[in-house]
Design a protein around this ligand. Structure first.
Ligand code: ADP
Length: 263
């Protein structure tokens, strides 16, 4: 609600009334503001790699192309920036499909522990960093009804983030707890953490706690926004808990029932 006030004055100048006009800032106006911000963000995110590429290409044209070592380095930079743009555009396309509800969820009855272990195995195998993966998982079969591809993408994103923001030698802990009607899955790291006041915002499009760091680590700022849409589309919720400099836990839930019946 927005309020405008006008004073009613007598000819003598004395105030004898007040008119308050209340404007309802409509939902449409809000949507319009968000759309404008989104377009500004996208433009900015695309301009950054493009201007970087332009300056490296200019340097190549100005002679760097004759220095083989330098040329190789500069071409490497333009390649990295191109890849960043492809990632960004792919994420944007995916979000626009989610917004337009132009997607189908293909849920299948799935034994979650085997499904989850397989994803963790894949990261364990890749072992890019010296980070321990600790599984605190129940030794039981648990069934959920999920779109496996979409959920794999969500979990991949959460684990990649946890690895990106973790120190060498740290550990990632995976936990699954069965709760009333829900499965509660958590992935904890011992990384940089997220300040309390920013916790809710990390699921917003383009929000990053540290823009420069995220950019350096290859982030688009859209991963968790996509994850939130996908988890909610499957009847779950997602949120974060964190302590600055101690670590972050991303938690999400999945329903254990379908149409009121246990799976
Ligand atoms: P990005 O592509 O930048 O990683 P995300 O949507 O995946 O975008 O995450 C949004 C922001 O949330 C990140 O830029 C980062 O600031 C913060 N974040 C996400 N996961 C973690 C984590 N495990 N530890 C610390 N910060 C995190």
């Amino acid at each position: 609600l927005r309020a405008n006030f006008s004073m009613i004055k007598k000819e003598s100048g004395a105030v004898n009334g007040l008119i308050a006009v209340l404007h309802d800032v409509t939902e449409q106006e809000q949507v319009e503001t968000e759309r404008r911000e989104f377009v500004a963000n996208v433009s900015h995110e695309l301009r950054t790699p493009l201007t970087t590429m332009r300056s490296y290409l200019e340097a190549l044209q100005d002679g760097a192309v004759n220095d083989e070592a330098l040329a190789t380095k500069f071409l490497g930079v333009t390649q990295t920036e191109t890849e960043r743009m492809i990632r960004l555009v792919n994420d944007l396309l995916q979000l626009s499909k989610l917004d337009a509800k132009d997607y189908t969820i293909s849920p299948q009855r799935t034994e979650f522990m085997a499904f989850f272990n397989k994803i963790i195995d894949r990261f364990d195998m890749a072992k890019k960093q010296n980070i321990h993966l600790v599984r605190k998982l129940p030794d039981a079969r648990v069934y959920v009804y999920i779109d496996r591809d979409k959920l794999t993408q969500v979990i991949d994103n959460i684990i990649s983030n946890a690895l990106k923001y973790s120190p060498e030698g740290g550990s990632l802990t995976f936990q699954v707890i069965k709760q009333k009607g829900f499965l509660r899955i958590s992935i904890s790291d011992q990384g940089v953490g997220i300040p309390k006041e920013n916790l809710g915002k990390i699921f917003m499009r383009f929000y990053r706690v540290d823009r420069a760091r995220s950019r350096k680590l290859g982030g688009t700022g859209l991963g968790l926004a996509i994850a939130k849409e996908m988890i909610e589309a499957q009847g779950g919720q997602i949120w974060a808990e964190s302590e600055w400099n101690k670590g972050t836990t991303i938690i999400f839930t999945l329903p254990l029932t379908r149409g009121g019946r246990e799976l």
